[in-house]
Design a protein around this ligand. Structure first.
Ligand code: AVJ
Length: 319
């Protein structure tokens, strides 16, 4: 097992600057990557177990059935997983691949989080001793040219994480990836599909309030970095489907006029009652939309694997 590190040490001051710039902007925002401190990651785990939060419930069996369809094609491939996290998704996929095929694969988990690369690459190597594992810590959105692999590559980007990007940003990402892809390389992209709006909205407004807690936790993360005194209870969790942009939007809405101060900043962050911080977009796709995006990025859709209800897709794209 090899681990390679392409992540520059991100200084606390640049994190502060980014967060502050987002809170100064109009409308206010916070980048959704800041949900995932250790408490936020636990809350997200809890979300994935909720009845209402359907995406993993559909994607996991879909990963199995797709692996069964692709298993022969991935012989001698370099499998590059973008945003590999705890590697649980790829394990579901690899469990369906015969050991003889796994023996011919090199698996490259790529993630910004050094801890999760170290831990998960190690776990995966134990689970599949016959497979080569080469972990990479990198921000693939910024450093796509650092993507590893010399043989035929299958890039995997599961979990509908791409849904967090705006359409323009995801086209840019796909274009950049297309530039480094060779003729035989493929991309397998997990995408959450448009469905009954009520079902989508319930997935982000669960009855136990876990998603609300997850959303508000970003204020504690902001407090940690900016030494601010955000009180999460002074904000209301708001999540709704924006039809025009085909996405769930999550916001935090000030319940009253507020002044947030910091022990290290000499400025206040002022909120009018009802003002919101936009914390996340989660795009939902249509087959037509996916084909258009791929086309705009110079890629073409080779296959769409989906569940019976067509709630989620694994989209195979080629150059
Ligand atoms: C991890 C980005 C796929 O957009 O559904 C879950 C994050 N936000 N509930 C999603 C999330 C609120 C999730 N992704």
């Amino acid at each position: 097992m090899i681990i390679e590190d392409f992540m520059p040490e991100i200084g606390e001051s640049s994190i502060r600057e980014e967060l502050l710039a987002c809170l100064r902007s109009d409308p206010k925002t916070l980048p959704c990557m800041y949900f995932y401190d250790s408490h936020g990651s636990e809350l997200f785990e809890e979300i994935t177990r909720l009845e209402e939060y359907y995406p993993p419930k559909i994607e996991i069996p879909l990963l199995r059935s797709t692996a069964l369809k692709l298993k022969q094609d991935i012989e001698d491939n370099d499998l590059v997983e973008l945003g590999s996290g705890d590697c649980s998704k790829i394990s579901i996929f690899l469990d369906e691949v015969p050991k003889e095929v796994r023996q011919t694969i090199v698996y490259y988990p790529v993630d910004v989080c050094r801890d999760s690369i170290e831990r998960s690459a190690c776990n995966l190597q134990n689970r599949y001793p016959e497979m080569k594992v080469h972990g990479i810590t990198a921000d693939f959105l910024e450093h796509i040219e650092k993507m590893p692999g010399k043989r035929k590559r299958l890039f995997c980007f599961f979990g509908s994480t791409i849904g967090n990007l705006t359409e323009a940003r995801s086209i840019e990402f796909m274009t950049d990836l297309g530039k480094v892809m060779n003729k035989n390389d493929r991309l397998l992209l997990g995408m959450d599909m448009v469905k009954d709006i009520d079902i989508i909205e319930k997935a982000y407004n669960d009855s136990q309030g876990i998603t609300a807690e997850f959303n508000k936790n970003i204020l504690k993360v902001a407090n940690d970095h900016l030494k601010t005194n955000f009180d999460p209870e002074e904000f209301e969790h708001v999540a709704f489907f924006n039809r025009k942009d085909s996405r769930i939007e999550m916001h935090l809405k000030a319940k009253k006029d507020l002044e947030v101060t910091s022990t290290i900043l000499n400025e206040k962050i002022i909120f009018k009652k009802g003002e919101t911080i936009h914390t996340e977009n989660s795009h939902k796709y249509t087959v037509d939309g996916i084909k258009k995006m791929a086309g705009a990025a110079g890629l073409s859709v080779e296959n769409i694997f989906n569940d019976d209800k067509k709630w989620f897709s694994l989209v195979e794209m080629v150059k």
